[in-house]
Design a protein around this ligand. Structure first.
Ligand code: 5AD
Ligand code: SF4
Length: 463
């Protein structure tokens, strides 16, 4: 479905309110701090929130302790995030008592759940406002309300329209996230995302290309196209993800195109061909498998079988021979037997992922899986997770070995945390390489030769 756009008059009204906030706080050196949990969509949303706050006259604060505005952008995909968030909000009580002007706001997926946002407002009377994932553009209204001493909850927005043209304060000067779809229609039975981010909506192709071009004009050379399932981009609009890759590939100044995540059920031969044919599209795909057992996949409502997935991997590797795959796996889904789990292990062994994100199943209220019988005891989930991680560590090491002596180009992204003379960057295949070099190389592309393998990364030297 094509994303409906927020009407320009409504956006203009917010811009007027932003100006009113600006007039109240200008010359007061007010700062903000955003704490982001969860996935890349949240990271991207936080960049928009930062852009909006800067438009209202706030500047970034290096620490949470010194900030005048503190925002938590939350995630609710798994359980522990909620407990951590509540503790972090609670810890601000004293600060708010000392500084009643401190503004505290909570947003993101967890707040899109009405019962949770009400609980947060009730339990923490010092929180100024709560808002959901589809109303970022109304932040000026929330900020002005907070300055006037109001407490607001803003989560519902009819039709989940998308707001184009919002400012963003991007965290990385060389590489940028670009949303292409919002929401998800897949309703995997364990997943809360379709409930908190709404139905799948695609941005217009021309809007995406225009954003990528303007990023390229600002010197950004690598982009990551974001969606819960990028493969279904453009459904009902007469275009698809392959078309989008083709058009973005034509943007001058862009050197690398990444994308995530891909749902196996929508990985078509046409898309595989587009990856092979468009030279800027990186040879890495994040292709979550979730389980290696067809019975569990069916209960997860993933709409592919073990055999179907393995066939896709084979086809993909035939079409794009050096492509690296990464994945997500859940252990301990309701009803998962030892046999099912062994199927997951054997699939992981067979595919040989470059890396895997592994999770214990976490029941989410309101999803179908949370109501299923045969929930798996925590001890078994833990045991399975450990076994899975051990296998993946072995596979990652094996995968790294194959890069010994390999020459390739990396985009230099930063310094090693421990050693300032060591830079790091990623190969086209998403493999991280560490190598000696200096600050002047940040943001450039360098050819490196891999000389050694560390546990999760590669070591090399520049040519
Ligand atoms: N429990 C555990 N893992 C989950 N994921 C999504 N929902 C759950 C859940 N309820 C994982 C999936 C998904 C990744 C982003 O998070 O593996 O691909
Ligand atoms: Fe959740 Fe499945 Fe949608 Fe991914 S594809 S966001 S796992 S419902």
């Amino acid at each position: 479905m094509q994303a409906k756009k927020i009407e320009p008059e409504r956006l203009e009204r917010q811009q007027g309110i932003a100006q009113a906030v600006f007039e109240q706080i200008q010359d007061k050196n007010k700062t903000y701090y955003i704490e982001t949990y969860g996935c890349q969509m949240n990271v991207r949303d936080s960049e928009t929130i930062a852009g909006l706050l800067q438009g209202m006259g706030y500047s970034p604060s290096a620490t949470k302790e010194k900030a005048d505005v503190i925002l938590f952008n939350t995630c609710c995909v798994r359980d522990h995030a909620e407990k951590r968030l509540l503790a972090n909000i609670g810890a601000l009580k004293e600060r708010k008592e000392e500084d009643p002007e401190l503004i505290i706001g909570i947003c993101g997926c967890m707040m899109q759940q009405a019962d949770v946002s009400r609980k947060v407002m009730r339990r923490f009377p010092f929180v100024n406002f709560v808002f959901g994932t589809n109303v970022l553009w109304r932040l000026p209204e929330l900020m002005l309300g907070a300055l006037d001493g109001e407490r607001l909850i803003l989560t519902e927005e009819e039709g989940f329209a998308v707001c184009e043209g919002l400012p963003a304060h991007r965290s990385n000067p060389f590489s940028a996230f670009v949303n292409i779809t919002f929401g998800c229609d897949n309703f995997c039975s364990y997943c809360i995302v379709p409930y908190v981010r709404g139905r799948e909506r695609s941005r217009e192709l021309s809007e995406v290309v225009a954003e990528v071009s303007s990023l390229a004009d600002r010197g950004i050379t690598e982009i990551t196209l974001l969606g819960q399932n990028v493969n279904s981009y453009g459904k009902g609009m007469g275009v698809d993800f392959a078309d989008l890759l083709h058009d973005v590939n034509a943007v001058d100044g862009i050197r690398r195109i990444r994308y995530m995540s891909s749902h196996p059920k929508d990985l078509s031969p046409r898309l595989m061909a587009a990856i092979a044919q468009n030279d800027k599209v990186c040879h890495h795909m994040h292709l979550p498998v979730q389980s290696g057992s067809t019975a569990i996949l069916e209960r997860m409502n993933r709409r592919y079988t073990r055999e179907g997935y393995l066939q896709l991997v084979e086809d993909l590797r035939r079409t794009v021979p050096d492509i690296e795959l990464t994945t997500d796996v859940i252990v301990g889904f309701p009803g998962e037997t030892d046999r099912d789990f062994e199927d997951t292990l054997s699939l992981m062994d067979e595919v040989g992922y470059a890396a895997a994100f592994t999770f214990k199943y976490s029941p989410r209220k309101g999803t179908r899986a949370a109501e299923m019988e045969d929930q798996i005891p925590e001890a078994i989930k833990k045991e399975r997770l450990k076994a899975l991680n051990e296998l993946q560590a072995k596979k990652t090491a094996e995968n790294n070995q194959k890069y010994l002596g390999h020459r390739g180009e990396v985009l230099v992204e930063g310094f090693d945390r421990r050693q300032e003379t060591i830079l790091f960057g990623k190969l086209d295949t998403f493999k991280m390489v560490y190598f000696p070099g200096d600050e002047g190389l940040l943001g450039t592309y360098q050819t490196v030769q891999v000389t050694e393998c560390a546990r999760n990364s590669l070591l090399g030297r520049m040519e």
